[in-house]
Ligand binder design. Structure first.
Ligand code: F3S
Length: 98
């Protein structure tokens, strides 16, 4: 499965959701999560994320290990998101600083 990691936090560009063929992105307050039972590992979302927040779980940087469990825990509790929206903060500033 693929995992949304720390760069998405307080950012939520949402470019990723548009290309997902199985609609497996779920929207939390501060970031998005991928449902591990729904992701088919197509990798379409990886190049779409401007802040490189999405990784295959095997390629996840060690410092973000906890995000695998976080995606699994949070995705079933959050609403699905399939349409792009403005990033957090109303402009790209918060995301670009990362
Ligand atoms: Fe987050 Fe990147 Fe998607 S910032 S919402 S994983 S495009």
């Amino acid at each position: 499965t693929h995992v949304v990691a720390e760069p998405c936090f307080n950012c939520k560009y949402t470019d990723c959701v548009v290309v997902c063929p199985v609609e497996c992105f779920y929207e939390g307050e501060s970031m998005l999560y991928i449902h591990p039972d729904e992701c088919i590992d197509c990798e379409a979302c990886i190049p779409e994320c401007p802040v490189e927040a999405i990784f295959h779980e095997d390629n996840l940087p060690e410092e973000w290990n906890e995000f695998t469990q976080l995606n699994a825990d949070m995705s079933p509790q959050c609403p699905v998101i399939t349409e792009q929206k403005a990033p957090m903060g109303g402009d790209d500033a918060a995301c670009e600083q990362k």
